[in-house]
Design a protein around this ligand. Structure first.
Ligand code: PMP
Length: 425
């Protein structure tokens, strides 16, 4: 038995499904997960000493690759001074200044410990601000695992067949209006059916959690205008896309000003973190200034702040977005060429360092079209890539991520492995 198999056998006895987050399970692609004992650059080292080129990048945070020397040094330096103070600390101020400089729509920001906390708190704030109860979300968008948001959710909830989680009271679910993504008419109808009742619209502006899906031109502008017209706040959930697709996320690419933005992943440099921010008049409603309560024992944790500040400073220095997009295109073009040679229908939506390989004959533009992609074939493809030393997200409905550390040999080898895997399907 390999070390990973033996660890997984032990894990299954004590941890539900053997994993601390369902997206790590391999149930939808077959086999059992490998355990990782170390990671550096674009490489994961498994418990069995296999080296894999990693396109999961810890599900987004590792835009500079794993264990980047600058981030590691920043954590080590912070560690000299203590791990948590329970008081304000200087690095929180520096982090807030950095976030505000990257995201002009954010005037004030509150740190928390995960993307889930960020979206949950932003929704509470929107309800407190508008004094309305209902929210609109889109099918296939995943915003973390708080009650209001696990309805027609993407990511692991979709992969494992629980887009509507059990355990959510019907009375809660009734407050969440779920609409199809990329459908302006449905949004207008959603507002019309709930007049004066919608506190906010929360959206992954480019979806990463049903696989990678971009909106049609003009769609996000329509969403912005509809929110303004109906007095609802617009929340851009940029936990995945923030700092990844551009310095200032999708809102920079699309030139849209949301009222609130949720962030996570990259701003923690690989340590647990989340943040939400936006218009000062809205953010001023949060305790202790206002009546909307939100808190966290470890929020603004000095180690997480140090790691995140180093990650953001590196982005500022390197401005890696054009390079990352070139790597993304290289991968996409290799897959498309191999699929064309084989006569296999495949769609590879890609923007910058995010991509998904859908085995589908039609473009994927929402939850329903994503579900039409061939998940069984994806499983075969995933296993062939893994056998060749390339780790893709273990689900047909997740985005892959590229880091600056993939440049050169790693991306070249990955293109060869992916092309061969397609050929052998
Ligand atoms: N929002 C989005 C867009 C996400 O992709 C995720 C996690 N993948 C979350 C929220 C939740 O973040 P976390 O897992 O840190 O709670």
């Amino acid at each position: 038995m390999s070390s990973s198999e033996s660890l997984f056998t032990r894990a299954l006895q004590l941890i539900p499904g053997g994993v601390n987050s369902p997206v790590r399970a391999f149930r939808s692609v077959g086999g059992s997960p490998f355990f990782v004992k170390a990671a550096h650059g674009a490489t994961l080292v498994t418990a069995d000493d296999r080296e894999l080129i990693d396109f999961v990048c810890t599900w987004g945070p590792a835009i500079h690759g794993h264990n980047h020397p600058r981030i590691k040094a920043a954590i080590a330096h912070a560690l000299e001074h203590g791990t948590s103070f329970g008081t304000p600390n200087p690095s929180e101020v520096e982090m807030a200044e950095l976030i505000v400089s990257f995201f002009p729509s954010i005037q004030k920001v509150r740190m928390c410990n995960s993307g889930t906390e960020a979206t949950m708190s932003a929704i509470r704030l929107a309800r407190g601000f508008t004094k309305r109860d209902k929210i609109i979300k889109f099918s296939g968008c995943y915003h973390g695992h708080s009650d209001s948001l696990l309805i027609k959710a993407g990511s692991g909830a979709l992969t494992h067949g629980n887009p509507d989680s059990a355990g959510i009271p019907a009375a809660f679910a009734a407050q969440t209006v779920v609409l199809p993504f990329n459908d302006p008419t449905a949004l207008d109808a959603g507002f019309a059916a709930n007049p004066g009742q919608i506190a906010c619209v929360i959206i992954e502006p480019y979806i990463g959690n049903t696989g990678f899906i971009q909106p049609d031109p003009g769609y996000l502008q329509h969403v912005r205008a509809a929110c303004t017209a109906h007095g609802a706040l617009l929340i851009f959930d940029e936990v995945m896309t923030g700092f990844r697709l551009a310095r200032g996320g999708v809102q920079e690419l699309e030139n849209i000003v949301p009222d609130l933005t949720t962030l996570g992943k990259i701003i923690g440099g690989g340590l647990p973190v989340g943040a939400f921010g936006g218009r000062a008049d809205i953010m001023n409603l949060i305790a202790p200034l206002g009546p909307v309560y939100q808190a966290g024992t470890l929020s603004g944790n000095p180690l997480a702040m140090a790691a995140g500040i180093a990650a953001l400073q590196l982005l500022d220095e390197l401005n890696p977005y054009a390079r990352l997009d070139a790597l993304g295109r290289q991968l996409r073009d290799a897959v498309l060429a191999a699929a064309r040679a084989k006569g296999l229908p495949v769609q590879v939506p890609q923007c910058g360092s995010m991509f998904t390989i859908f085995f589908a004959d039609q473009p994927v533009r929402d939850y329903d079209t994503a579900l039409r992609a061939d998940a069984t074939r994806f499983g075969q493809f995933f296993r062939a890539c893994l056998a060749g030393g390339v780790y893709l997200p273990p689900s047909a409905y997740e985005a892959g991520f590229i880091s600056t550390a993939h440049e050169g040999a790693a991306i070249d080898r990955a293109c060869t492995v992916l092309s061969r895997a397609i050929k052998e399907l």
